[in-house]
Design a protein around this ligand. Structure first.
Ligand code: FAD
Ligand code: NAD
Length: 471
């Protein structure tokens, strides 16, 4: 086989088989395009293989183990012993079940899946490096869905042994005795909480003045309280200086750096887009200073190039990548399409779970809205009480005319409640409509209706919050 002589052509080339790329390939095929999908690693991308899915298996297992402590108060005596190796096997089975499912869908759809690393050499051609040879693929349109990778701190290079990224943390065969997590964002909070429940003594080192600085402060407070109960030490306005023999030197905002003992250090300080080393200069695409591909609402980045998912601006979330994939495929199929959602829900699988949908109170005010809002405490939710988990709240934010602009939730199953919240914001329902929806009883979803009633000035189950209904 002569290097460089193998060539193929396709209508739509998709690079990267994560939740953006594989969904773009499936949608493109459904629209009648001839589709080739190139993936250098594993179908499913970060999300299915080393991100969303394995982390949620770990979090669910840790939460189950933590039930032993919680359920004693309900008269149920449990003891929990976690076998991390067996948990690892279960994690691998879940991942394999889902990724092989995706491979099956791609096969059924007639998508040609190519294993290799793609790089543009012309606006309409990539070179693909396979294990033992290279090939070329020409295309009419390409969708770039190459995702992101963790940011590495110069003083804490990932070594796969003591200093780990999230992938390394998810592959641990035992919970470290002392774990330091650098970065108190999504990953730091999710993994820090899970390992605390699995028995690790956890310290989170966060540069900002609080955990989850990207989220509403009231949501982050609920998580900080629970982390304290779990014995997690949170060092805010602090930075990791260097690794020491016994742990990590951490600099507080004032005073000298102090050593925090650590057997493992997980660094989760954000992710950067995989847009370097792709030959994008041959496509006409423009990158912003953060390396993100600049796209039009149609996801068009250049004459032959579309881009979606973590390589584009906006929250680096799987469902955002998937939603953009449909737009990119439609654009490639010469249909008119635009990515213009009213909201992109975000969920942190912390304890309690957090969900943030649409505008926060502050953002709505900043946008000039005459804000009507109500925060319904889960202590007043009968379902939360029956679950023995009534910390948290549901807050509904509306405009002066009652249009729902945002819903923000801290509490059990916030991730599931986020679906109704997203529907409400996306459909621009009013507080009256939300309050009139008959929510099943007893269910956590009632809290959304209760918060809407509260914002209308006629709360049902909250004492001392009654005020005359306007009009
Ligand atoms: P990716 O999933 O990153 O896929 C990109 C693919 O492109 C990869 O498979 C890569 O191998 C391939 N690739 C890269 N370059 C090339 C090349 N040159 N040639 C060929 N192939 C290439 N999001 C959520 O919404 N919910 C969660 O609960 C959640 N949990 C997470 C937990 C962790 C620990 C992490 C790290 C992330 C989590 N995320 C979560 C974020 C989510 O994983 C990403 O937003 C999502 O995977 C982005 O999808 P994507 O399709 O843009 O890229
Ligand atoms: P992140 O942006 O969520 O959090 C990074 C945190 O690190 C921030 O709080 C930041 O202030 C802090 N930080 C930055 N530099 C620091 C330093 N030198 N020292 C200490 N702290 C520092 O990033 P992440 O947690 O790495 O996650 C990456 C992305 O993956 C998330 O933004 C999210 O889009 C996605 N993700 C989503 C989920 C989910 O949907 N449940 C879960 C995990 C990851």
């Amino acid at each position: 086989m002569v290097v460089g002589e193998i060539g193929a052509s396709t209508g739509l080339l998709v690079i990267g088989a994560g939740p953006g790329g594989y969904a773009a390939a499936l949608r493109g095929a459904a629209l009648g395009l001839e589709v080739t999908l190139v993936e250098r690693d594993r179908v499913g991308g970060v999300c299915l293989n080393v991100g969303c899915i394995p982390s949620k298996v770990l979090i669910h297992a840790a939460e189950t183990a933590a039930l032993a402590a919680r359920s004693a108060a309900w008269g149920v005596k449990l003891t929990a012993k976690v076998d991390m190796k067996a948990l690892g096997r279960h994690m691998a089975e879940v991942v394999e079940g889902l990724t092989s499912g995706v491979s099956g869908l791609l096969r059924d759809a007639g998508v040609t899946v190519v294993s290799g690393q793609a790089r543009f050499t012309r606006p309409d051609r990539v070179i693909v490096e396979h294990e033992d040879h290279t090939s070329f693929i020409s295309f009419e349109n390409a969708v770039l869905a190459t995702g992101s990778r963790p940011v590495e701190l110069p003083a804490l290079a990932f070594d796969g042994a003591r200093v780990l990224d999230s992938t390394g943390a998810l592959a641990l065969e035992r919970a470290p005795r002392r774990l330091v997590v650098v970065g108190g964002g999504y990953i730091g909070v999710e993994l820090g909480t899970a390992f605390a429940k699995l028995g690790s003594a956890v310290t989170i080192v966060e540069a900002a003045d609080r955990l989850l600085p990207g989220l509403d402060a009231s949501l982050a407070r609920a998580v900080a309280r629970r982390l304290e109960e779990l014995g997690v030490v949170v060092l805010t306005r602090s930075s990791a200086v260097e690794l020491t023999e016994a742990g990590l030197l951490v600099a507080p905002p004032d005073g000298p750096a102090a050593e925090v003992a650590a057997d493992k250090v997980v660094v989760a300080v954000g992710r950067r887009p995989n847009t370097d080393d792709l030959g994008l200069e041959h496509t006409g695409a423009k990158l912003d200073p953060a390396g993100l591909v600049q796209v039009a609402p149609s996801r068009r980045a250049a004459r032959t190039l579309l881009a979606i998912g973590d390589v584009t601006a906006g929250p680096a979330l799987a469902h955002k990548a998937t939603a953009e994939s449909a737009v990119a495929a439609e654009t490639a199929a010469r249909r008119t399409a635009a990515f213009d959602p009213a909201c992109i829900p975000a969920v942190v699988f912390s304890d309690p779970e957090l969900a943030t949908v649409g505008l926060t109170r502050d953002a709505a005010k900043a946008a000039g809205a005459d804000v009507r809002a109500f925060r319904f405490p889960l202590s007043a939710s009968s379902r939360a009480r029956t679950l023995g988990d009534s910390h948290g709240h549901v807050e509904v934010i509306a405009d002066g005319d009652g249009t729902v602009l945002g819903v923000h939730i801290a509490g059990p199953n916030a991730s599931e409640l986020a679906g109704e919240a997203a529907l409400a914001v996306e459909m621009a329902v009013t507080l009256d409509e939300l309050a009139e929806v008959i929510h099943p009883h007893p269910s956590l979803s009632e809290a959304i209706g209760e918060a809407a009633l509260g914002a209308l000035g006629r709360p049902l189950h909250v004492r001392g919050a009654r005020r005359p209904s306007p009009g």
